[in-house]
Design a binder for this molecule. Structure first.
Ligand code: NCD
Length: 346
């Protein structure tokens, strides 16, 4: 079993930048490796002794950074970390990401990077002398979250094909959805119902490319109807932070002063909020009422990459199909331990 982590594994000494890198074989390896570290007899408490994980985060994070760091500690490795690189690193002095990565990659064995810019993880991987794991690059991708999501589907439903999934909320800026639909397109028979405002639809290029691979995509703005037709509802929050980053970039050229820029950004954000807030909420009454039944038949599984804001009311937390806590806690810890072992070898 430990050959899952030997140099023959799909991710050994490789950067993980996009779900475009995945195939059914590598996803299967990750799922099996995650199950093995989670439930297997083998203890990996010393497996990464002497290795250093660098977490370099230019953008806010709770789970991604802490779970990777916790996993590295659990595996006996060390962690060095910058949590607010945009303000506390030499980025503030104007240093390029290329220079930063070229240098700091000599300080450790693997880097988990989160950045505000789409494409930044690919640039970092080019300059780094150690593997880079993309922990979210602006509105681009979040491939390790997709692996957590796939492991959650695989371990809960027992398959990754012939799934019917509603993806709800912010599909434009939701990088976890971008990576997930790419992965779902690798399997036969999967269909996705996009439940969102037209302003927040999946990026066109992405929708076209996954459809060309065979993923069926439907659209609706009726969440209740979508819930009745699927096995899984994958909720997301409206990504106001990413929307704000993008708007700021767009308006930078128009604004004469910092104050004017601030005001223009606030106006656009307020308008956007008014149009989207309160929409696409998964009320308990939209879910099949089968909490009394022993079987899972008819249950709709509720997933979310988290953080959850208003889109899932607290009453849904106790619904039997709600698996977002397990997804973000046990499953994320299993997948990220597996990934660190695969990338670094054990
Ligand atoms: C997401 C992210 O940052 O992309 N969270 C995560 O890492 N699991 C989702 C979000 O911020 O809404």
């Amino acid at each position: 079993m430990v050959e899952l982590f030997s140099p023959t594994n799909c991710f050994f000494r490789r950067s993980i930048i996009s779900a475009d890198q995945f195939d059914t074989k590598s996803i299967e390896q990750v799922c099996k490796a995650a199950r093995f570290v989670d439930t297997g007899p083998q203890i990996f408490g010393e497996a990464l002794k002497g290795k250093i994980l660098i977490t370099y985060f230019y953008q806010e994070s709770t789970r991604t950074r802490l779970s990777f760091e916790a996993c590295m500690h659990r595996l006996g490795g060390d962690v060095i970390s910058t949590t607010d690189a945009a303000r506390t690193s030499s980025a503030l002095k104007g240093e390029t990401l290329e220079h930063t990565m070229a240098v700091i990659s000599g300080y450790g064995d693997v880097i988990v990077l989160r950045h505000t810019e789409e494409g930044s993880a690919a640039i970092a991987a080019e300059k780094s002398i150690v593997p880079v794991i993309n922990g979210g690059d602006g509105p681009g991708e979040h491939p390790t979250q997709a692996l957590v999501d796939l492991y959650t589907l695989w371990s809960t439903l027992g398959r990754l094909d012939n799934l019917r999934i509603a993806v709800v909320g912010d599909l434009l800026y939701g990088r976890t959805v971008h990576s997930l639909v790419k992965a779902l397109a690798l399997y036969p028979g999967n269909s996705v119902v996009c439940v969102t405002d037209p302003e927040l639809a999946l990026p066109k290029d992405l929708a076209t490319s996954v459809q060309a691979k065979g993923l069926k995509i439907a659209e609706t703005q009726d969440l209740g109807e979508a819930v009745r037709s699927v096995d899984v509802v994958y909720m997301t929050r409206i990504q106001l932070n990413l929307f704000k980053d993008k708007v700021k970039k767009e308006l930078e050229v128009k604004a004469a002063t910092e104050e004017e820029l601030e005001r223009l950004v606030e106006e656009r954000v307020a308008d956007f909020k008014a149009r989207t807030e309160g929409k696409y909420i998964l009320y308990r009454r939209l879910l099949p009422d089968i909490d009394e039944l022993a079987e899972d038949e008819g249950l709709v599984w509720v997933m979310h990459p988290m953080p959850i804001l208003w889109e899932i009311p607290r009453e849904v937390d106790s619904y039997r199909g709600s698996i977002y806590i397990r997804q973000a806690r046990e499953n994320a810890m299993a997948v990220k331990r597996a990934l660190l072992l695969m990338v670094l070898g054990a």
